[in-house]
Design a protein around this ligand. Structure first.
Ligand SMILES: [Zn+2]
Ligand SMILES: [Zn+2]
Length: 638
């Protein structure tokens, strides 16, 4: 966990605890202590420190608080139970252009209580923050406990869907997912290349030995080939250098199916090491590589620290993003005068920004300046189609008693999105207007762009390929291509040893007298194809020996097929099955083993993430078992 992640974690915890309904005094002390223990979490502590000017006189006996947003103030000051507070907080959040009241929703999810209370809290949390996966997952859990399995499944699916609409959650999910895919795409092809190379090693080392003397013992031949394969490693090309040599060996001795599977493996290896691994590191460091954008996101989520604000103040002199979010923040804190000042400056410098124009108009409307508000709404309406904007315009026209304009604006709002307008109308308040949401997509794009420029070096590439091979992706891809072409050209140039499919004996055109074909040795040829040339007694003995060998080997192969990924496919002489088995086994292992993600969940995803990974892992495991079963069946029928 980086300092930034740690700080954010404590901030969430402190906010969650402070917002939690009917908090005992000891818990408040604990939250303050937690906040103080994290250097940045001063904001949480200041909630407890200051005095709130607007506090009604009758409540002066209560502990004084300074709220960080209007939503927080409403949450604490609304009379009645959690439901009333939640409903009021939701309305204020809508007026501030906040899609989700994340902190309150997190507090509700953490609250618990009796089963009925927990369900009510979870329902409210999902309403407060429909795009927060952890809120959906919490509701799914409570529904499941109450036995509403269908509704629970619906919410679980909605929770997984919400991951895509929440920047932090999406960054966590895709960052983790891409790292896992990169790991599998790197490891599985290497395992496959090694297994094919091992399966042809004995034959290749025999041929190499024949170059020197036919009398060379097998172990010397094996050592000689080993020394040859280790040359690239010795030249400083690392593990990948050795892999390149093993790939050449496998390509030289494998049949057409092996060569196709090996080519596919190398393509996936290069893809896994370069685009996938690079994208993964970009996504994972996105929040840490652009402090201004990260501080902006913190304000959007209501978890900003004083350091974030200082950073934004400094950046606001030159950057629109910082200037914009600081104006949004003033509005969210209920500082109407300062918010109007900041927005007026933004309208001056960015006269064609629809969010700025609409939200400025909302401030003017709240201040009673209806005519100016209508003017800015109309300027904004010329730029975008938004149900919120048209609803706001209709409210301003209503207050000016311009009935025709009011009806026209409301009709066009309904034409764009009737459901959204219905939700806004339900508030039933003539003073209510809703801000446009802060453009998170732009923020996400900016975070990823900065991260791409700053991304760290690729650990896998540094570790596997310290030399020339790892310098550029073309070096690696080009080397594999050259080795493959070289192996194909070499294939016709010499007699390759093979092994007898009946008895497993090596067949070599140089050492053996007569060679019938590459699949059957001389004794087996006579035994099976020319039985009249063999002695009847010897024949029976030899057949029974072969049968014993078959059944003994069959058991060993079955056990190996079940234990070693890819073995089933290789024994069945189906390298495609071997490679897909290794891939599925790899995916099952990473998805199930890392079902909580690669980096800690930013308290946004909750069980929804684990559910997604466990589902993907289980499907991969099933696919792996199918591939193993298929391999076993094919080998039986050989
Ligand atoms: Zn044989
Ligand atoms: Zn030989």
């Amino acid at each position: 966990m980086t300092t930034k992640h740690r700080t954010r974690f404590w901030l969430y915890m402190a906010t969650a605890m402070i917002l939690a309904n009917a908090l005992p005094a000891s818990a408040i002390d604990e939250a303050t202590a937690l906040a103080a223990s994290a250097p940045d979490a001063v904001a949480a502590a200041t909630i407890m420190a200051g005095a709130e000017e607007n506090l009604p006189h009758g409540e002066s006996a209560q502990p004084v608080r300074r709220y960080r947003s209007e939503v927080e103030r409403v949450w604490f000051e609304t009379e009645g139970g959690t439901a009333a507070r939640g409903a009021r907080a939701k309305v204020v959040a809508m007026s501030m252009g906040m899609e989700d009241v994340d902190s309150a929703a997190r507090a509700l999810v953490a609250e618990g209580g009796t089963p009925d209370e927990a369900l009510a809290n979870a329902k409210l949390a999902a309403r407060l923050a429909p795009n927060l996966p952890i809120a959906r997952a919490g509701l799914a859990r409570e529904l499941w406990r109450q036995g509403s399995y269908g509704e629970a499944a619906e919410q679980a699916v909605a929770g997984v869907g919400a991951i895509f609409r929440n920047f932090e959650a999406a960054a966590w999910l895709f960052g983790s997912l891409l790292v896992m895919i990169a790991v599998v795409l790197t490891v599985a092809p290497l395992v496959f290349i090694v297994s094919v190379a091992v399966s042809v090693y004995a034959r290749a080392s025999h041929d190499l030995g024949d170059l020197f003397t036919k009398a060379m013992p097998s172990f010397s031949r094996a050592a000689l080939l080993g020394a040859l394969l280790l040359i690239p490693l010795a030249l400083g090309e690392g593990i990948m250098g050795l892999m390149l040599a093993l790939f050449g060996l496998a390509f030289l001795y494998g049949d057409a199916r092996h060569r196709i599977a090996l080519t596919l493996a190398v393509v996936l290896l290069v893809v896994g090491l370069y685009p996938v691994a690079y994208t993964a590191s970009t996504v994972l460091i996105a929040l840490d590589s652009d402090p201004v954008a990260a501080a902006t996101l913190a304000v959007v989520q209501g978890v900003e620290s004083e350091r974030d604000i200082a950073l934004l103040e400094e950046a606001s002199e030159t950057e629109f993003l910082a200037e914009h979010i600081l104006a949004v923040r003033e509005r969210r804190q209920g500082h109407v005068e300062t918010a109007i000042e900041r927005y007026a400056a933004l309208v001056e410098s960015h006269p064609r920004n629809a969010e700025v124009l609409t939200n400025y108009a909302n401030l003017l409307f709240s201040n009673g300046d209806d005519k100016d508000a209508v003017e800015y709404y109309e300027r904004s309406a010329a730029l975008i189609d938004s149900p919120r904007l048209m609803f706001n315009l209709s409210q301003a026209n209503a207050r000016l008693f311009k009935i025709e304009e009011f009806e026209a604006a409301l009709r066009s709002a309904q034409a764009i999105d009737a459901d959204a307008v219905a939700e806004l109308s339900r508030v039933g308040d003539a003073e209510f207007v809703a801000d446009l949401a802060f453009p998170l997509t732009t923020l996400g794009t900016r975070l990823l762009t900065t991260a791409r420029a700053n991304r760290m070096s690729n650990v896998a590439i540094d570790g596997l390929m310290p030399g020339w091979l790892g310098a550029r992706w073309m070096n690696l891809a080009g080397s594999f291509a050259l080795i493959a072409i070289g192996a194909i050209m070499l294939r016709g140039r010499f007699d390759r040893a093979s092994s007898c499919t009946r008895c497993g004996k090596r067949i070599c055109g140089r050492c053996d007298g007569t060679v019938w074909n590459s699949e059957t040795c001389n004794p087996c040829y006579h035994l099976f194809h020319r039985p009249e040339t063999t002695d009847a007694t010897l024949r029976v003995t030899r057949l029974s020996e072969l049968q014993k060998r078959d059944s003994r080997l069959g058991h060993v192969m079955t056990i190996a097929s079940l234990l070693v990924p890819g073995a089933a496919g290789l024994f069945a002489r189906r390298p495609d099955l071997a490679f897909s088995g290794i891939l599925f086994c790899g995916f099952a292992a990473v998805f199930l083993g890392w079902h909580d993600g690669i980096v800690p969940d930013p308290l946004a995803v909750g069980n929804a993430g684990a559910l997604a990974f466990i589902t993907a892992g289980s499907l991969s495991a099933i696919a792996y078992l199918v591939v193993v079963g298929r391999g076993l069946m094919i080998r039986r029928s050989l």
